[in-house]
Design a protein around this ligand. Structure first.
Ligand SMILES: Nc1ncnc2c1ncn2[C@@H]1O[C@H](COP(=O)(O)OP(=O)(O)O)[C@@H](O)[C@H]1O
Ligand SMILES: [Mg+2]
Length: 355
């Protein structure tokens, strides 16, 4: 029998939990590193507890695994350095560093001729003079680092909004994006192996509420031309970054049907949860296949589906959500509970997939 591969997963949230579940089908032993007790992944895998900047504990964890991956993007640089020295880490750290910083991410899109939203940089008071001349309203101010699920961003409708929002963000380094008149949002999830093989899932249609993903639909019913272009950009990104693992690229389609890149996530992605039920291979299995250099699975759709996130109090209203008219065409409902202890507004507590 072949030796089982031990994969260390940094982060014990729901993404870590679903990766750990998928690893069991692939002869992979998952080991989780988490900074909080009772993390969702603890239900399905062995968990090591420690802070993400606790070098001693990180080293101890790394010594027990063959390769490392992550579901958590904000791993401190000094920890990444240590991990890199000791064991292969996928997706590659140079890709993570680009996606950790919205300015680097826009520069990457720019350098690779991928259309992206008009962006201004706000790092210091002096920048305001340029911004004053170039900004149009409405815009969206976003911290360059540490933002997720719409955190660290505000819509601004005038210059005094801008000053007020920047203060609320503690004058952190920010970017200001033109607010796109969004007709539709899609995401593309692709995987690349160490050998350079690539597979791209069909696009997902995403609906956000208060800047947090609410609903994903597959198929996305995007026109062929746009779908092909989004796929082409994603392949270009995977190759340019010599990427290994699953990557998600989020796109806007504006009212004139322009395809505009929003951001990238160097990991499995919330919109890809739908692949568990709807595709031949799930994004979680695909990621593990890619990082262990196994043949990638087929990405075709086996059944149409809709994924609804259970955010905050939604988790206690599942029966009500299930009976909504928009979901009435679907025969089967799968509940994915993340078993988080405390319900908080905006916290992802679980999701349901209608098949
Ligand atoms: N420039 C923009 N124009 C219009 N809507 C936006 C813009 N930027 C963000 N949004 C909305 O907010 C959501 C979350 O923003 P995003 O930049 O993807 O941050 P996060 O890292 O929190 O996912 C987007 O999916 C979109 O619905
Ligand atoms: Mg996003």
């Amino acid at each position: 029998m072949k030796k089982k591969i031990k994969v260390g997963i940094i982060g014990g949230g729901q993404l870590g939990m679903m990766l750990a579940k998928a690893s069991k089908r692939l002869n992979i032993i998952p080991l989780i590193y988490s900074n909080t007790k009772d993390s969702p992944a603890a239900k399905v895998a062995k968990v090591y507890y420690g802070d993400f900047d606790d070098i001693k504990k990180i080293k101890k964890f790394i010594n027990q695994v063959d390769i490392v991956t992550y579901e958590f993007e904000n791993i401190p640089t000094k920890s990444l350095k240590i991990i890199e020295q000791l064991v292969p880490i996928f997706p590659p750290v140079h890709a993570l560093k680009i996606t950790q910083d919205r300015i680097k991410e826009k520069k990457f899109f720019n350098d690779n001729d991928i259309p992206y939203v008009k962006t201004l940089i706000l790092k210091k008071n002096l920048d305001l003079q340029i911004i004053k001349k170039e900004i149009s309203f409405p815009s969206i101010i976003k911290t360059t680092r540490l933002g997720y699920d719409g955190k660290g961003q505000y819509t601004i409708n005038n210059y005094s909004d801008l000053l007020e929002s920047w203060n609320m963000l503690d004058k952190a380094n920010c970017i200001i994006e033109e607010k796109i008149n969004i007709k539709k949002e899609i995401s593309i999830i692709g995987a690349r192996t160490i050998n350079g093989d690539i597979k791209i899932f069909p696009s997902f249609k995403n609906i956000h509420k208060h800047h947090i993903l609410d609903i994903t639909r597959l198929p996305s019913r995007t026109n062929k031309k746009t779908e092909n272009l989004a796929t082409e950009y994603t392949i270009k990104i995977l190759n340019k970054l010599k990427y290994v693992g699953v990557l998600c690229v989020e796109f806007f389609i504006d009212s004139s049907d322009n395809l505009i890149a929003n951001e990238m996530a160097p990991r499995v992605h919330n919109s890809g949860h739908i692949t568990i039920e709807a595709c031949k291979t799930s994004q979680f299995e695909q990621h593990l296949r890619a990082i262990t250099n196994k043949t990638l699975g087929k990405v075709s759709i086996i059944r149409p589906a809709v994924m609804k996130n259970l955010i905050g109090n939604d988790i206690s209203k599942i029966n009500l959500i299930k009976t909504k008219k928009e979901f009435s065409n679907f025969k089967k409902v799968n509940l994915h509970n993340y078993y988080k202890k405390e319900i908080k507004p905006g916290r992802k507590m679980g999701h349901i997939t209608f098949i």
